[in-house]
Design a protein around this ligand. Structure first.
Ligand code: NAP
Length: 252
């Protein structure tokens, strides 16, 4: 038996369970199961791990991508740089269970973005400053692109120097950053009225606008950008790519 799963809270709309269960079916893997580990307190999950037999790996989602790190035995160098883990591989070594952390979000983002990138997309605005924003920033850095974060309030001592507040987004700024990536979860959580408040009237046909949200498929952010002629994409391709990468890490 091999057990995989997803850790997070809440997990009401889990893509991972149906994705991996259909993968098991397609590959004829009758000895694999995928469980949901829905814990608001990470320590409760850590305490039950010894009772989860045959655990080979699990994905990690909000709010545990950062607070899982102290409980890992090892961390991949990229995940360490990003400071967020969304994939854990479980191995047995000398009769001891070990957990190794990875970040597959940056891989998924890179894979999905690359076919759409053109030289004019050399500067990016990243809306939001959470775990997904850090993975996006890591990926953009690897691609050699300049990026600035956009935050609601500059009251945190993070990303200092490369940070705008939404109220600072002038026509010149929107015009000089031709790639805009939304990593805020607000439309997914609160509906279309919670779209990111950027000056959409300055978006042009030269812009590439990417929303990490995949549910709904087309957010108000994407609709607004598309109405200005921008190329738009949602987070579905990233979601599939990061899940496939997790599978290859668990099974290699
Ligand atoms: P998060 O840490 O909860 O939030 C990201 C950032 O968004 C926050 O740091 C905050 O930045 C901003 N934010 C939070 N609530 C907001 C609100 N109500 N209005 C405006 N801004 C708000 O989430 P995350 O883990 O980074 O994930 C972000 C999104 O990416 C989620 O929707 C998630 O589903 C999606 N995601 C998709 C994929 C994929 O494969 N497609 C992978 C990973 C994540 P400030 O405080 O600086 O404003």
């Amino acid at each position: 038996m091999k057990t995989f799963g997803l850790l997070g809270f809440p997990l009401a709309h889990s893509f991972s369970k149906s994705f991996f269960e259909s993968k098991f079916k397609i590959l004829g893997l009758k000895d694999c199961e995928f469980l949901l580990f829905e814990y608001s307190d990470i320590k409760d999950f850590i305490n039950v791990i010894p009772q989860i037999k045959y655990l080979k790996g699990f994905s990690v989602t909000s709010p545990h991508k950062e607070n899982i790190i102290p409980f890992l035995d090892d961390i991949d160098v990229d995940a360490n740089d990003i400071d967020a883990v969304n994939c854990v591989k479980v191995i047995e070594e000398n009769g001891q269970r070990k957990m190794i952390g990875y970040n597959t979000d940056h891989y998924g983002f890179h894979q999905s973005l690359k076919p759409f990138l053109e030289p004019k997309h050399s500067r990016a605005l990243i809306l939001g400053t959470g775990g997904a924003a850090k993975a996006v920033a890591f990926s953009l850095k690897k691609l050699g692109l300049e990026y600035w974060f956009v935050t609601r309030v500059k009251n945190k001592n993070v990303h200092a120097g490369n940070l705008f507040e939404y109220s600072e987004l002038s026509p010149l700024i929107i015009d000089s950053f031709k790639l805009i990536v939304n990593t805020t979860p607000s439309e997914m959580l609160y509906g279309p009225q919670a779209f990111p408040k950027i000056p959409y009237e300055y978006i042009s046909t030269d812009h590439l606008c990417y929303d990490l949200i995949y549910q709904p498929e087309e957010t108000r952010f994407l609709i607004n950008c598309k109405s200005r002629g921008a190329v738009v994409m949602n987070g579905l391709d990233m979601l599939y790519a990061q899940a496939e990468k997790a599978w290859s890490i668990w099974t290699k």
